[in-house]
Design a binder for this molecule. Sequence first.
Ligand code: ADE
Length: 214
Amino acid sequence: MMEGPLTCSIIKRARAKGLVEIVVHDLRDYTLDIHKRVDDYAFGFGAGMVLQCDPIFRCIEKLKSEREYDEVIFTAPDGEQFTQGMANSLSLLGNIIILCGHYKGVDQRVRDTLITKEISIGDYVLTGGEMAAAIITDAVVRVIPGAIGDEQSALSDSFQDNLLAPPVYTRPAEYRGMKVPDILLSGNERKIQEWEQDVAIERTRRLRPDLLGE
Ligand code: ADE
């Protein structure tokens, strides 16, 4: 599940350039159970399986014995809402562990003692935290300087200045009667930047007024 997102596109290139090192660990490699089980029934009357403490403690303790970690993140729907600002901050850190939740959750003692930050990617429930971890990783890696070919382009992403990005166009200048706005063909850089800013504000006001605090 992790291999696809972590071996394509910008992440693939950033890894190849040595800008980021990503290692995926399988909790089953850290269980002492002969059947490689890492989960068990929840105490009480709640339904569902819960990831056990021991494989997680063993895995994270081994990793921590090899290097220092700035954050140990847990992906969960009840975590703090993931934002561009968070991605920017995480991209400045040295080493991060992301623990993916699964089944009904992980034993609360893991969350109480090992985890330094809990992140949700949105108000919906995924089957597991793997895709959330891949999404967080993608957002963090793409803002590492050098990860994106054109250095400017990560800075002009939506949300970087709390604004949605303006629309973009490419050739041809006219397609099936639909024209690219004249201003973009004018070659006047200052005017184009003003137009982009105006359109970004207008789109944000229309589609995401909450970003403007309105
Ligand atoms: N695991 C399950 N749902 C999730 C969500 N919305 N965000 C992060 N991790 C999750």
